[in-house]
Design a protein around this ligand. Structure first.
Ligand SMILES: Cc1cc2nc3c(=O)[nH]c(=O)nc-3n(C[C@H](O)[C@H](O)[C@H](O)COP(=O)(O)OP(=O)(O)OC[C@H]3O[C@@H](n4cnc5c(N)ncnc54)[C@H](O)[C@@H]3O)c2cc1C
Ligand code: FES
Ligand code: FES
Length: 350
């Protein structure tokens, strides 16, 4: 069984190996309580305020993709084989401020400072992805960061100016890259109750043995079960390492979206086909939520206020469900109505 005992990641250019003693510890709690990186702040603890924003780098193909995420609703175990960058890690080796930080200083983008590390990290992800520095793109980047005292004008002005400063070297070493590329050797038999299967077959095997386990996609719903409902989740299965669930394919039969594709993964292709649907995704949550949250999670949570189902039903979307080697397709329209009667144990695949 693909149980997760020890995880390895790169934290601010340092390789870290952590044994998972508390399977439900958030990345934010680890940063603040375990390694005293207190630059990352806790505000709401539910993905709304952005004070806990950090940047996660993941190998995708032959590139590392950087995304801003909310550390408060991300499990520590989810950063296995990732690069984690916090506000303590953005300045240069010589101590020089990163252009994002220098611009916030020069354009008076901080007053009490509580929100500032989160803004720095959202802008840092924007900078690393070389997104355009026009006001609308910056507003989309910063929509998940709340500031109660400075106001957004100076912060946006800093964002618009950040590319005018000398560019720092943002390089990752070959040995750090090796940590990001590691795979199964992290996954060992133990008594831990968090699992990170790498294939759908491993997932099916696990689900046969642990039918009550919680499936954890992006964690933007399930994270709040821990931080707000204070639930205990005795067995968690992380879906993030199953590469075959993370795809977006434009086929002659229609758009095919894997259960683990995030809002950020699909927005460009969806907006190209159905601009109004793209606009709904742009307004879903925030950049951080769209980077973590998946379409599959939105469908599977069955929330009456979920934004995806009504649009997907109107578009005639079908779900692909898998259970122990069997596969069936069903119109989303029918899925919720007969869930209770016939779908025990079936998992959304695409
Ligand atoms: C601050 C904030 C803002 C938000 N804004 C919006 C919004 O504007 N609109 C909106 O609709 N939602 C919003 N949400 C809710 C949430 O982000 C979405 O529902 C998201 O799509 C959930 O996806 P996830 O990957 O995070 O799912 P998770 O939280 O990981 O899982 C959600 C549920 O789906 C189940 N699940 C996940 N994957 C599968 C699978 N493959 N098969 C079977 N079951 C599965 C899980 O067990 C769980 O029950 C917001 C949440 C937060 C915290
Ligand atoms: S603490 Fe508010 S979003 Fe995480
Ligand atoms: S500077 Fe005080 S909340 Fe933003």
């Amino acid at each position: 069984m693909s149980q997760l005992q020890t995880i390895n990641f790169v934290l601010n250019s340092q390789q870290v190996s952590v044994s998972i003693s508390d399977t439900q510890q958030s990345l934010l709690s680890f940063l603040r309580d375990s390694v005293r990186k207190t630059g990352t702040k806790e505000g709401c603890n539910e993905g709304d305020c952005g004070a806990c924003t950090v940047v996660i780098g993941k190998i995708t193909g032959d590139q590392i993709k950087y995304k801003a995420v909310n550390a408060c609703i991300l499990l520590l175990a989810q950063v296995d084989n990732c690069e984690v960058i916090t506000v303590e890690g953005v300045q240069g080796d010589d101590g020089a401020l990163h252009p994002v930080q220098q611009a916030l200083v020069d354009y008076h983008g901080s007053q009490c400072g509580f929100c500032t590390p989160g803004f720095v990290m959202s802008l840092y992800a924007h900078y690393r992805n070389r997104l355009p520095a026009d006001r609308q793109t910056l507003k989309d980047t910063l929509a998940g960061n709340l500031c109660r005292c400075t106001g957004y004008g100076p912060i946006l002005a800093a964002g618009q100016a950040m590319y005018n400063y000398p560019e720092p070297k943002d390089e990752i070493t070959a040995s750090d890259k090796a940590v990001l590329s590691q795979g199964d050797d992290q996954i060992q038999n133990s008594t831990a109750e968090i699992f990170a299967p790498k294939t759908e077959e491993q997932l099916q095997e696990l689900l046969q043995k642990l039918p009550e386990a919680t499936l954890w996609a992006g964690g933007t719903d399930t994270g709040l079960w821990l931080t707000k409902k204070l639930q205990n989740l005795p067995q968690i299965i992380l879906l993030g390492k199953i590469a075959t669930l993370n795809f977006v394919k434009d086929t002659p039969q229609g758009l095919s979206i894997g259960a683990m594709a995030s809002y950020s993964d699909v927005i460009a292709i969806v907006a190209g086909k159905w601009p109004a649907f793209g606009e709904v995704i742009r307004r879903t949550g925030s950049t951080q939520i769209r980077n973590s949250g998946t379409i599959g999670g939105n469908i599977a949570n069955g929330s009456p206020i979920g934004d995806m189902a009504p649009i997907l039903i109107v578009l005639g979307a079908k779900l692909v469900l898998r259970k122990q080697g069997q596969q069936r397709e069903i119109f989303l329209e029918d899925f919720y109505r007969i869930w209770q009667a016939g779908f025990s144990g079936w998992r959304v695949s695409g």
